[in-house]
Design a protein around this ligand. Sequence first.
Ligand SMILES: C[S@@+](CC[C@H](N)C(=O)[O-])C[C@H]1O[C@@H](n2cnc3c(N)ncnc32)[C@H](O)[C@@H]1O
Length: 294
Amino acid sequence: MTQPAREQLEAFLHDGDRAIWSTAALVLALQDAASEEQHAAAHAVLEASGLDGVASLGADEAGGLAAQAAAPVHQVAGLLRGEGQMWAAQSDEALIAQGRASARGAAGFAEFGLPMLAGLGEAFADGARMLDVGTGVGAMAVAYAQLFPHLTVVGIDVLPRVLALAAQTVAASSVGDRVILREQDVSSLDETETYAFAWVPAPFLPASALAAGVPRVGNSLRVGGWLMLGHGKYGGSAVNDAVGRFKTIAYGGTALNDEEAEEMLRSAGLVEVRTVPTPHGSPAISVGRRPPAA
Ligand SMILES: C[S@@+](CC[C@H](N)C(=O)[O-])C[C@H]1O[C@@H](n2cnc3c(N)ncnc32)[C@H](O)[C@@H]1O
């Protein structure tokens, strides 16, 4: 190895070490579990990083943030230990924190997504059904039902454990009568003409389930209904793109770019296919619409 290459590797290792320990400091600073000495040292890291404001967070927010920060650390530890099922291997708290983060997308959808999808606002006001594929802990399903008071959301997932958490989320919400949970693999969906809107998150679905599932989800739409396919946002820095793809593959999901996502929607017979702009930090989203029968 040349000297410049060795120096580059050293810098890479140093940056990685600092990032992982800074994340650990954030988690410990937000939790009560650490010793007083560890707490103080962890806070010093945050202060030096300009993040001392987290000390003033409320207990709920601090707990959620700690779980969110710890999740990738636990995930990579599981990956390096050779454990499969990275999503399911997380603690309940981490799953719930991630669910909360994905639920925030519902408000963004109401503001920016819905007005872009012809006819959907009217359908939502008129007692439509939405399909939430990979509903996880149900936080996003509940958020949609709360935002749209005439909408019924059907959430499907393959994991009984996350569905049990979802059932708790739904029971504790004010929209329990409009959120239906079902243990089902998207690749076995056999409903037709049912949904005005369906959400499919490619980064969390294995390639075989996605390939089999998207045409079935397309078929489950009512005429004029929309399928929204979440996928990777690539085209930034080469490192960000590669890390994004690596994470998706490690999760057992499917890394699609805009063109691949659009092609998948077109192959499912959908029309008006396009990739819509999304805010920084959100996944890329491609949409397609069920045409009238020929
Ligand atoms: C990131 S989570 C969804 C988070 C969710 N929006 C929330 O509020 O918690 C993705 C989910 O997809 C589920 N999943 C994976 N493969 C699936 C399949 N073939 N069919 C249905 N769900 C699947 C996983 O079990 C996981 O719970």
